[in-house]
Design a protein around this ligand. Sequence first.
Ligand code: GAR
Length: 213
Amino acid sequence: PLPIAVLVSGSGSNLQSIIDRIEAGVLDVEIKLVISNKTDAYGLERARKHDIPTRVLLHTDYDSREAFDTDMVHAIRESGVDKGGVVVMAGFMRIVTHVFLGAFENRVINIHPALLPSFPGVHGQGDAAEYGVKISGCTVHFVDEQMDHGPVIIQAAVPCLPGEGGDALGSRILKMEHRVFPQALQWLAEGRLEIDERFVRLKPANKAMAQQP
Ligand code: GAR
């Protein structure tokens, strides 16, 4: 299985969707570590329930983003995730720097509850509802140094219903997140994703399989 580390700041329902797929035998990854920058993130609890190692690193303990990222890199490396592994930002509400991205080049992915590049930030669902768009959704992408930005791997559309606020829209988007995030990870596990400039190419399944020893 592909070794991964998962970063969470909150409820961790996306982490749960990954755990559930692994346990169902349909996602070929192993979660080596869950890191949170919040002591009370429920995602930590979810990890512990499945005997997954956890670490809490408080960004408030650090003078700079780079110093925080350096410790995150160490923790992830120690857990057994190296350059060949993948780091998954699952509701991790921090921007990562070149220190982090350089250590895991093209191996950090994020999920966002809107159709990027529209509505980045911490309120993607509410911002879309408030704007009055008729379709929103979610995006899984490789991470670069900008917030909610980088080569797009997969998106799913979710219609915005009349009179619906950000919470209702967000909970329907979340259900879709739980489908596309494990899918993106499985593609990574199969070695099927290639980045060409800023475009992500999905290689055919059979070819990827044939390349495996
Ligand atoms: C998810 O909706 C995720 O897309 C969003 O945080 C939520 C985390 O939920 N991420 C962002 O807004 C990133 N800008 P979860 O903790 O239940 O997985």
